[in-house]
Ligand binder design. Structure first.
Ligand SMILES: NC(=O)c1ccc[n+]([C@@H]2O[C@H](COP(=O)([O-])OP(=O)(O)OC[C@H]3O[C@@H](n4cnc5c(N)ncnc54)[C@H](OP(=O)(O)O)[C@@H]3O)[C@@H](O)[C@H]2O)c1
Length: 263
């Protein structure tokens, strides 16, 4: 039976636990840690998992240890643990490289770097995963399966993690910004904010669902709603002339560069 420890039952830790339990993973095989006892009690009551504030105790016998504390706390946390060879450590921290993570554990300890994104909180995450040098293919496959309880997973090389930050880690914020801007534009056209928000929210959700469910690429989907000489073509021309495409190239570059600096 696979045993899981989640160190740090905050937003991301809870999202993972929630997904695992919903996917049928036995609560008896999950232990979650927090320093605050009240938070542990809350998670215990909601998901039936066991909780403790003792990280060392939590990792004893765990096959997979998910590190879900803030990035600045991960290295100190790892250095304070005495892992057995059976545990695979999975960092969910933005920015921390595999080199930094592997240097904080005894040589030969399997370490995996994962970058989740916030839609994971609603079971629709996009996580990227880079396995460290001591991780077997079977361990990688098992972690992919566990993370699939909260969304999709792409296995990539550690060197591609900065680019991934630009396309999934930080990217939900771009779409929220686009929604915000379109709602403001609707208000400027005379719609109430509530009405504009409803229209934009459902349109973003519907467009995302078409992208994931139709099997078609975005170019085809966009062309399909663009009649020659029509309203959509007029709007798209404005977006292109305003430099939307170039803005995304520059934004992705800035994000990847910042991710590299932080790492
Ligand atoms: N790529 C992304 O978009 C993305 C998005 C979200 C999160 N993340 C990553 O996910 C990680 C978690 O983020 P989060 O938003 O879930 O943070 P969070 O809500 O602050 O959760 C962190 C949890 O860790 C607990 N904790 C702190 N120190 C601990 C320790 N020494 N031992 C045990 N528990 C401890 C805290 O509770 P107590 O204070 O009670 O201990 C808290 O519940 C971060 O590393 C972040 O970079 C990435």
């Amino acid at each position: 039976m696979t045993k899981i420890a989640v160190l740090g039952g905050g937003q991301i830790g809870e999202a993972l636990v929630s997904g695992l339990i919903a996917a049928g993973f036995p609560a008896a095989d999950v232990v979650v840690t927090n320093r605050r006892q009240a938070r542990g009690a809350e998670l215990e009551e909601t998901y039936g998992v066991s909780t403790t504030s003792n990280n060392e105790q939590a990792i004893a016998g765990a096959d997979y240890v998910f590190l879900c504390v803030k990035p600045y706390a991960i290295i100190e946390l790892l250095e304070g643990l005495h892992p057995g060879k059976e545990s695979v450590f999975i960092s969910m921290a933005a920015g921390l490289t595999l080199n930094a993570l592997e240097a904080a554990v005894p040589q030969g300890t399997p370490v995996i770097r994962v970058m989740p994104n916030t839609p994971m909180l609603v079971g629709a995450g996009m996580s990227t995963l880079a396995p460290g040098t001591a991780v077997s293919e079977e361990q990688t496959a098992q972690v992919v399966k566990l993370l699939e309880s909260v969304g999709e997973v792409e296995v990539i090389a550690d060197k591609d993690m900065d680019a991934a930050a630009a396309l999934q880690g930080s990217a939900p914020a771009y779409f929220f910004l686009i929604a915000e801007a379109l709602i403001d534009a609707g208000v400027q056209l005379g719609l109430t904010r509530d009405s504009a928000q409803r229209m934009v929210t459902q349109t973003v959700a519907g467009s995302g669902k078409m992208l994931t469910d139709s099997g078609r690429d975005p170019v085809t989907l966009r062309a399909n709603v663009t009649s020659p000489g029509g309203t959509t073509a007029a709007a798209l021309r404005e977006l292109e002339e305003s430099g939307l495409r170039g803005a995304f190239f520059r934004a992705a570059e800035a994000c990847a560069q910042r991710s590299k600096e932080l790492g």
